[in-house]
Design a protein around this ligand. Structure first.
Ligand SMILES: C[S@@+](CC[C@H](N)C(=O)[O-])C[C@H]1O[C@@H](n2cnc3c(N)ncnc32)[C@H](O)[C@@H]1O
Length: 208
């Protein structure tokens, strides 16, 4: 996985442009309303979304790709970036919130559960989680080689898990789910090309 992303970041730079996802702005507003102070962003990429948080929260980004990390420290010097896998415990203290954009669907079931469990461990009791992921309403759902229920190699050498609402809720069972949603997301490359797809969101609270 690390090699795939490092090659893409090296060749394409800021793959999805410099604008944050609207979901990061939404998460920031929710975290602000709850007067939270610190945010963890697992799979932070080159810092497109961490920058939304680092202006007002103590922000930590965990990222596997060295090429992405090099761009991230330039683009968002206010965040603290940590090299390594988000599947392992990385922080030395718990945070108030986790924002995780389009990383959960990159894993097979065992690692999806490990990512969520690990995020919960690094989140203080009562803290908030905001995750986004691919949806089973996406046109790629069901395309390509079947790997596991809901998971397909939809492009050669690239697989993803496509969540139904019930599946997403089941992954976060054990938390207090505050909201789920489904929305169109448009990504813009630095060259101006656009790609629109459907993503699912979930907002949950770690039990006290
Ligand atoms: C689809 S991109 C999303 C990037 C970022 N969240 C954003 O919104 O710009 C997935 C990111 O997860 C990173 N990644 C994949 N597996 C990882 C892992 N085990 N630990 C940390 N980062 C990982 C990739 O290197 C890539 O930057």
């Amino acid at each position: 996985m690390s090699e795939y992303w490092s090659q893409r970041f090296t060749q394409e730079g800021m793959i999805w442009g410099s604008e944050p996802s609207p979901t990061a702005l939404l998460a920031r507003d929710i975290f602000r309303r709850h007067q939270l102070k610190s945010v963890l962003v697992p799979g932070a990429g080159y810092g497109r979304n961490t920058k939304v948080f680092s202006e007002e929260f103590q922000t930590y980004g965990i990222e596997l790709s060295q090429a992405a990390l090099e761009m991230a420290v330039d683009w968002d010097p206010m965040s603290c970036f940590i090299a390594g896998s988000a599947l392992d415990y990385r922080l030395d203290k718990q945070v108030d919130a986790v924002y995780c954009y389009d990383v959960l669907h990159l894993f097979l079931e065992e690692d999806r559960r490990r990512l969520i469990a690990n995020c919960l461990e690094q989140l203080r009791p009562g803290g908030l989680l905001f995750f986004t992921s691919f949806s089973d309403e996406d046109s790629n759902f069901g395309c390509g080689r079947f790997l596991e229920p809901g998971t397909y190699e939809y492009k050669e050498g690239k697989f993803a898990h496509f969540f139904s609402e019930a599946d997403l809720r089941e992954h976060f069972a054990g938390t207090e789910i505050l909201d789920t949603g489904s929305q169109l997301e448009t990504l813009r490359s630095p060259q101006g090309a656009t790609h629109t797809y459907i993503l699912r969101t979930i907002i949950a609270r770690r039990a006290l």
